[in-house]
Design a protein around this ligand. Structure first.
Ligand code: SIN
Ligand code: FE2
Length: 202
């Protein structure tokens, strides 16, 4: 499979980075993660449930409620998060070449109507580490902004098997997911889209 690299405002988009077999193996691994740590809808600081259902793997999971956004060492049910699957760590190794490995793999499940508003990823201690994003399942319209909220944006459809590296000048740029295109992939038995983001937390 040919991988094309597209760069938009410092976001490196590796199109087709994962062939179908790797996507399928990863989807199975993520099903097991979701089995051990059931996805839930975190609350925004305004008390409204997010449309995206989330869970995590790794030493830390990302969590949100009325008190704000933060990393926590346990699932809300009190269990530690399951380990990050090797199939996922292999992608981190492949695209970053870093010795240090991520502490958290945030798993976002998008149903047909789910979206993610424009935000920065800034709950981590050190922004010199990149964030790596992996897309599985249906296409998702990813929007890229600037270093502050508002202003002009650019959008790109992310497909199953695409990997995005947000590092350097892109690390603190606003981004979000406007919508998915239901039924564009046969990878996930229940349809929808899964996005994995790998982060070094502390
Ligand atoms: C995110 O930035 O948290 C999600 C990005 C995506 O779903 O592609
Ligand atoms: Fe993000």
């Amino acid at each position: 499979m040919e991988t094309q690299v597209l760069e938009i405002r410092g976001f490196k988009v590796f199109r087709g980075a994962l062939d179908r077999d790797r996507q399928a193996a990863m989807a199975e691994d993520i099903r097991a993660v979701a089995g051990a740590a059931p996805p839930f809808s975190p609350l925004t600081p305004w008390g409204k449930p997010m449309s995206v259902r989330m869970t995590s793997a790794g030493r830390y999971g990302w969590y949100a409620d009325r008190r704000g956004y933060r990393y926590v060492p346990e699932h809300p049910d009190g269990q530690p998060w399951p380990p990050i699957p090797d199939s996922v760590l292999a992608v981190w190794d492949q695209v970053t070449g870093l010795e240090r490995r991520p502490d958290c793999c945030l798993v976002n499940h998008y149903g047909p109507k789910a979206r993610m508003g424009m935000h920065q990823d800034r709950d981590e201690a050190d922004f010199t580490w990149p964030v790596v994003s992996i897309s599985l399942g249906d296409d998702g319209l990813f929007r890229i902004g600037g270093d502050t909220r508002g202003g002009r944006t650019e959008s790109v459809w992310l497909q199953s098997g695409d990997v995005v590296v947000m590092g350097g000048e892109a690390r603190l740029k606003y981004h979000g997911l406007d919508r998915i295109r239901p039924g564009t992939s046969t990878l996930l038995p229940g349809g929808g889209r899964i996005n994995l983001t790998l982060r070094v937390v502390d």
